[in-house]
Design a protein around this ligand. Structure first.
Ligand code: CA
Ligand code: CA
Ligand code: CA
Length: 282
């Protein structure tokens, strides 16, 4: 599937203009052998489980589900490519509050993915190019909410994950999940297990999210400690169901109040769903 290149076929979706917004990938049986390439504009999908996703430019946005890592929003693909360098990506995959699984078969792209996440993280604002999250950006911009969220990532086998966000994982898969900052083991809870991982690696470099590096710089230091400290005791007990609960006044993870950016996405999706139906070839 090629999108946002005028005059090019995009398979069952017919032709769309450059920069158009396309809602799709809502089917229940994605065909892994296919692929998606975005050249420019904004592509909105319920997920992008359609073979290798290549972003030459523009932004591919997964629709926010307002539930962390809702299975319906999980993108599982064999590979992800984003043009540009890791320090200056030329395209963006915005996962919102959804999971990404790179179900690779040869070489893991874990470190490449970390670099793309670091670019998307943008020092905490979560509005960079690369791999970003408008849900995390919304929380980051909310000065009244100290409980920042993030996209955690890990080699599935490192954490012994065999299931995540509705998908069964093999031994060669990289998982990205939307969770609270400091959730080193991607179980939704910020507790002593996370703290111990950080403590073990404190002062070290060359470390990963699952080792206590929560700002993607490889170093485990006070910045990472603070990510745990501010969220300690919070949890997301039901990853398919609900907001964070915790003692006191813990706010919801990604409070379900669409701000303009999110609302615009929803509006665009609504407007183009009809477009997609008209143009789809049976
Ligand atoms: Ca695999
Ligand atoms: Ca945890
Ligand atoms: Ca760090």
């Amino acid at each position: 599937m090629v999108v946002s290149r005028p005059g090019k076929s995009i398979g069952n979706w017919g032709l769309i203009a450059a920069g158009a917004v396309l809602a799709g990938f809502a089917g229940t049986s994605p065909v892994r052998a296919q692929s998606t390439t975005l050249y420019t504009g904004t592509l909105v999908g319920q997920n992008f489980s359609n073979g290798t996703l290549t972003i030459e430019g523009g932004t591919a946005i997964v629709i926010p589900n307002l539930k962390p890592d809702d299975p319906v929003g999980t993108t599982i693909i064999p590979d992800l490519q984003i043009a540009g360098t890791t320090s200056n990506p030329q395209g963006t995959l915005d996962l919102s509050d959804n999971a990404l699984i790179l179900d690779y078969s040869d070489a893991s792209r874990l470190l490449w993915l970390r670099a793309e996440l670091r670019a998307g993280f943008a020092g905490g604002a979560w509005n960079g190019t690369g791999v970003s999250s408008l849900a995390a950006a919304r929380v980051a911009a909310d000065v009244t909410n100290l409980h920042k969220t993030a996209l955690g990532f890990t080699e599935a086998s490192t954490l012994g994950l065999t299931q995540y966000a509705g998908q069964t994982l093999d031994s060669t898969a990289v998982v990205v999940g939307y969770t609270l900052g400091g959730d080193s083991n991607l179980d939704g809870a910020i507790d002593s297990q996370d703290f111990n991982r950080l403590a073990t690696n404190f002062g070290s470099s060359g470390k990963l999210w699952n080792e206590g590096d929560f700002n993607y710089d490889g170093v485990v230091n006070s910045a990472d400690f603070n990510a745990i400290a501010t969220n300690f005791g919070l949890s997301t007990p039901n990853y398919t169901g609900g907001p964070i609960v915790g003692a006191g006044t813990a706010p919801a993870l990604g409070a379900p109040v669409p701000e303009p950016a999110t609302a615009a996405v929803f509006g665009a999706v609504t407007a183009t769903l009809a477009f997609g139906r008209r143009r789809r070839i049976a």
